[in-house]
Design a protein around this ligand. Sequence first.
Ligand code: B12
Ligand code: SF4
Length: 481
Amino acid sequence: MKALLVMPSLDNGYWKKLGKKVGPKSEPLSLLYIGTYLNHNGHKAEIKDCEAEGISLEELSEFIRNGNYDIVGVAMLTSMFSQSLEVCKAAKKVNPEIKVIVGGSHASVRPVETAQEEYIDVVTIGEAEITFKKLLDAFEEKLSLNDIPGIVFKENGRIIKNEPDPKIQDLDVFPIPDRDLIDMKLYRPSVSYYKRLPAYTMITTRGCPYRCTFCATANTGYRMHSIQRVIEEMKLLVEEYGAKEILIRDDTFTLNRKRTIELCDAIMKDGLHKKTIWSCITRAGLVDLELLKKMKEAGCYGLHFGVEGGTQKLIDTIHKDATLDQIRNAFKWAKKAGLETRGYFMIGLPGAQKEDDLATINFAKELNPDWAQFTITVPYPGTQLSKDAKEYGNLTSSSADWDNYQTWSGFSSDEDELPWVTHGRNSKELKALQRFALRSFYFRPRVVLRKIRKLDNLPILKKYLLGAMALAAGGSGRPPE
Ligand code: B12
Ligand code: SF4
């Protein structure tokens, strides 16, 4: 069967205003994994990334019409809900016989509600490589969908939910994503996420065993690609696609210390550390100085840590299971090992009053990472926070519209309400605080000087200027009243 996998445009809210210039054009790893698996297993899959290719719905419809596809698969994160539905509708309008299959973070946690949407035939729950292949086999052979685990589907107007699909433990059963399915030249991370271009992304593990209440990947277990497989994929990115930098998008890259060391050794054994630099994301409690030095030696230049809150109470409320001192140590050791650091901080966490958010901003300044990201707390469906939303705050009238579930809303119009605010706060104030946090962090003389000192080429200067312009876009350097 011939399938087209579509990444809808992200063109709404913050993205429209700011994201086009400074936001990421991130390879759709999800679709690459699925498409590659299908192509290795008797089907034909192509990918259309509306965001990266900058194509309109009309152009997409034309493409679908010309391609004679049997199946259109559409990705759905929460904040792209309406864009995803538009793609489903466009596919059905081209040809009602096309089967429309939707998957991804949002569809996976609201499969029944999503399947009720008019233009959707099937929703997949969770990781979908094998499920998608089984669906295509069934459509090809005109078999019932009742025996395919991990889906919700429509049959004669009824919604049927099948048994869940067990998670695949051996990730190596999925072939290395075939990047020739997309135009790699279109992709680069957000401006502050890379040092050298081309900078491409990959994953070496899936899932996270921790339980942070705001996180859509909490409690999802932890599975790994083999070291050999990771090296093969890194080599491919370097040798075939010219990657000068690799961003490893795992949730908690250093969770398994022994594996991290083995991987670093393998990278050095293959000489990959001389050809590319890399960065990764992890938790404060999962690093130590020795490990970090090893990672640096193996070409790692940057480490991202989810800090979230600047008081122990905030951190405990969201079940981050970390202490402020663990966090301080992680940043201290990373700097000592010669690594760049990035901290992720959240504004408007459950129970946070203005002084708590200001404490978070001050903690960010105390840790003084090279990059700090301040996002607004959003109760994504399926998270513990979405279950506790009413206990800790109020869902606003805008919560009914999934497109508002964006963590960068501080840069959308002040008239737009956040979907949720914790008790005692309001949308306008939190949005202003997000802009204030970013400006007050970056526009400190020591930070500006540090950035200037690290300037070593023109593209880097350009990206800093773009970032600075984006930050300057909103208001004064004083905390909002
Ligand atoms: C890379 C990434 C991005 C990239 C690219 C996203 C993309 N286009 O793929 C960028 C940086 C652009 C991004 C942006 C955002 N992201 Co993001 N991102 C991730 C990250 C770190 C990795 C995703 C990934 O590639 N995983 C590897 C692949 C193999 O796994 P996967 O994506 O889960 O895909 C599997 C299944 O979900 C399913 N599937 C996925 N797509 C499809 C499509 C079809 C048709 C089918 C059938 C199945 C299917 O099958 C896949 C293969 O098994 C995840 C965290 C995580 N660990 O997943 C967050 C995550 C997906 N992002 C998240 C969020 C919140 C965002 C933002 C909304 C943040 C914001 N700025 O406000 C924006 C979205 C912007 C917008 N306007 O829509 C949340 C999603 C929550 C939700 N309910 O939507 C996640 C889960 C983070 C988290 N832990 O909370 N993100
Ligand atoms: S925030 Fe990070 S550590 Fe916490 S559950 Fe999510 S991925 Fe895991």
